[in-house]
Ligand binder design. Sequence first.
Ligand code: GLU
Length: 311
Amino acid sequence: MPPAPLATTPVGRFAPSPTGPLHFGSLLTAVGSYCLARQAGGLWLLRIEDLDTPRVVPGAADTILHTLDALALHWDGEILYQSRRTSRYTEALDILEQKGLIYGCACSRKEILASAPHPGEEGPIYPGLCRHGLAAGRAPRAWRLRVPARSVAVTDSICGRQSQHLAEDVGDFVVRRADGLFAYQLAVVVDDADSGVTQVVRGQDLLTSTPRQIYLQECLGLPHPCYIHLPLALAADGEKISKRHGAVAVGREEGGTLIAAALRFLGQAVPAELEQAPPEEVLRWGVAHFDLRRVPKDSRPLPEDVRACLS
Ligand code: GLU
């Protein structure tokens, strides 16, 4: 793997998964990461996370690009598509293998469920059945990273210090899936490092993934970016906003209003006179005034007026 680029310029990024059109939840991440990167005088990169091909919706990536463009969220440089980067993920996997940090796992989901002593936040914690080698006659399906029996901590700029005991809270996690696809955790770490990302801004649903990513960075000798996890916009039923909950695509007509709504959701005091302004003008205000200290920690329901403006 080539050495990571020197982090002289701040580099932020937006990394949507093309599983549907941009919704208000992803708009929050786009606007937050854009304003923070630009405010720092940095680059704002775009990465399409189309690695999980079964979940990719044809045409969704282009819809997202058009919406970003219409909202004046203009990115720097080439778009990075994860689906075109499997050779880089293979190289990273090879490094982990050479270091003896990964092992083939033959377990089916059913076997893991049957023997997992206790469930973790994201499903059963792998009980380590294949950790010391495969049973005779069994072939590896997935590849798992051996995690250490210690805590890995990260200080998030909004949520504060987060510590996870990888063995107890997560278990040996998958870096290459049984269907042959590379896992999100591995891809994101390789991509962020290759692009020289210094600032990861994303939703709080990924906060618990961060210690795993920090550990992978340690294993691969990659630098740690700083992490900023934004509060989530929740649907009326308290679940994260997603297509399932009727989030809708955002368009140009109400662009400035939506950007202002996103900034307000993130605690920023957007002046009322910007309400009807074009998106570029609202973004200019956001870049000049975005204040991380004002961002609330807690996820909360989407305000009624925003909901109305989306539907
Ligand atoms: N692709 C992820 C999402 O759309 C974001 C991943 C990341 O920012 O690390 O939620």
